[in-house]
Design a protein around this ligand. Sequence first.
Ligand code: FES
Length: 363
Amino acid sequence: ELELELEAALRAGLSVERASPPLPFPVKSAIRFLNQAQFHPRAYVVPLAHGIVGGGSHVFEATRVIAVDEGEPCRIHTDLDTTLTADRVILATHAPLNRVLLQTKLAQYRSYVVAGPVRHSPYGLFWDMDDPYHYIRSHRIGDQFYLLVGGEDHKTGQDPETDVKFHRLVEYARRFDVSTITHRWSAQVIEPVDGLPFIGRNAGSERVFVATGFSGDGMVFGTLSAMILADLCRGIPNRYAELYQATRVKPLASLASYIEENVDFPLHLLSDTLRPPDVTSLDAIERGDGKIVRVRGERLAVYRDHEGALHAVSPVCTHLGCHVAFNVSERSWDCPCHGSRFDVDGTVINAPAVHNLRRRNVF
Ligand code: FES
């Protein structure tokens, strides 16, 4: 696989070579991409965000878009019961809204990261080829270097053992001189079915564009999206537009993974209501945990907080109706079909769902 990667990179004209990575453990083989850069993402995007405001442009924070009507102008409806208008709309929302066809070409994964201070940090960004894979990078705060080890990805809502993921990453990090783990977090990663992001006009749209499927490389592909979409909005040709167009179908590159990523939805839809609940009584739910339980004949998703109070919601995902599963380390209800996520009171955290889970009473 690595040889094929090397050959493909060379064919594509990239500067790449075989290398011995400066890691404290042996590796069988490695390749290195030259002329790369590492930079602080927030230091990059905050000035960009400040640059938006003014001249008819605004930033609306804490405002969820729930629907977009294309027209002249386009109308953008929000969860605050307000409607914004715009000549053109770019949905850079991870999971594009109401785009069912595009949805089938994307899969949402959780990725995990642990970090801790190190005396010696390897310089560079490293990916291994395990399955699930790992990535290694470093970050400096003042004079202190931190090592970040990430990976253990799985499809959102499909692996309840999220604490085990962190445990495995901590074990992996012990190969370095990390004395203690000071940070851990997880994030949503959107994988495109044929390996490249979807950037461009959406199917059947003149004025609505999408940018998604960045596969964990959001700094690079976010910037590329801005370049492509700024040109498309102004009718200027862009040399990358065709390669990334959002309406493309690449059967050779994507068929196997298209099928694999899309069996979850019909399977879950058929089996969710038939599956027995996780527990048979509310008393069986421990503090800090959430379970599917049947109460007075109705299936409910119930979380018991650390004070012992119960939070009950409907388990039926408001996107297309699959049943959510509890994510212990994030304390969220995650949908195994297309990766929507909700907090313990049912509020949407991650699209494609835009509506909250219905709250229910258990008593
Ligand atoms: Fe599609 Fe839940 S995310 S059914």
